[in-house]
Write a new protein. Structure first.
Length: 340
């Protein structure tokens, strides 16, 4: 008895159509990186002096928000000391360069390591024995302590009058960073470093462990995740990146004051994350563009622009709790699901 030949497959174009759509969906992240590259190129290539200055400020704030997103967005830890490490990085690098005569590129890693050690000393007991709202209170207290030290240590920091910064970063691989566009390139590079670190974390086992800790610490511990170690590591990495960005702030702004360490700066960054989408790669950038873009578009209405910005943040928090980037991410995920 002979076996019957298998039926010939019926030709169809449906798989081809789905494959093309899948390729489009897979290309969305790359499109986002291309859009970011285009945005970064505008001030550098064709922008006037004001546009370059505005782009520098936006790049710095986006880098700072991206670094905060690691500990708040992925680890789910409400740390209020981010602006303190930002200011510590600025003061430390300025003192190392002006008082000890070190190169800017030597001062940056030293400031980052110092911030990391300090973050570990503060973060371990706070996250080991407390966490949650207690972590917010402890880190808030540390930030205020750092601000008071900077405001009262006149001989080292200049006290409440601040510290004048007169040096430039010099050159980096032959690229001169003393000009306005060079300083913009420095700020944009800091943003790219923070984005790449976040991307690597998100795709790694460490990043998946952070998300597990954020969602349910008990379950994550049951699955073998070192909960305390992961939370402290996220806090340390986030603080080191904040210090790195602070190192760039000093020569860009040519002035450092104790207000840089104020908790109000951290609260503004939290607003940026809520607006853009906490726990997403694009969220800090989208939030920063809106946070700076809305007041800039409403320059003619100076009395109302902050009110409008506050209303926008409240509306986003109420109707888009995942932020703008979070909503877009969910839409893409739904599209992928429908194509299966």
């Amino acid at each position: 008895m002979s076996a019957s030949a298998p039926a010939a497959p019926v030709p169809t174009t449906e798989p081809d159509r789905v494959t093309k759509r899948d390729r489009i969906v897979a290309a969305i992240p790359w499109a986002g990186w291309l859009v970011l590259a285009a945005l970064l190129a505008v001030p550098a290539l064709g922008g006037g002096r004001y546009l370059v200055y505005l782009g520098t400020l936006i790049a710095l704030q986006a880098a700072l928000a991206t670094s905060l997103n690691i500990v708040m967005g992925y680890a789910g830890q409400f740390a209020m000391s981010h602006s303190a490490f930002y200011g510590i990085g600025a003061y430390a690098s300025a003192i190392l360069v002006t008082s000890l005569g070190l190169s800017f590129w030597v001062a940056v890693p030293i400031a980052m390591v110092g911030a990391g050690v300090l973050a570990a000393v503060i973060g371990y007991p706070a996250l080991r024995y407390t966490g949650g709202v207690h972590l917010a209170l402890i880190t808030f207290a540390f930030g205020e302590l750092a601000r008071l030290v900077a405001a009262n240590w006149d001989t080292l920091t200049g006290g409440p009058m601040g510290m004048r910064v007169m040096y430039t970063p010099g050159s980096f691989f032959g690229i001169e960073l003393a000009s306005a566009k060079g300083l913009y390139a420095l700020a944009a590079s800091m943003l790219l470093v923070c984005l790449l670190v976040t991307e690597v974390i998100q795709r790694s086992r460490f990043g998946r462990g952070l998300v597990a800790v954020r969602e349910d610490e008990t379950l994550a511990s049951f699955l073998g995740v070192n909960v305390v170690g992961y939370k402290v590591a996220a806090y340390v990495i986030s603080s080191m990146l904040a210090a790195m960005v602070g190192c760039a702030y000093a020569p860009i702004m040519n002035f450092i004051s104790p207000d840089l360490l104020s908790a109000h700066e951290t609260i503004s960054l939290i607003g940026v994350l809520i607006l853009g989408g906490i726990g997403t790669i694009a969220g800090p950038i989208v939030g920063t563009l809106l946070f700076f873009g809305i007041p800039e578009m409403l320059r003619v209405a100076r009395l109302y622009r902050l009110v409008v910005l506050g209303v926008v943040i409240v509306l986003v928090a109420l109707f888009m709790p995942k932020g703008i980037a979070g909503v877009l991410r969910d839409r893409v995920e739904r599209w992928k699901w429908r194509l299966r």
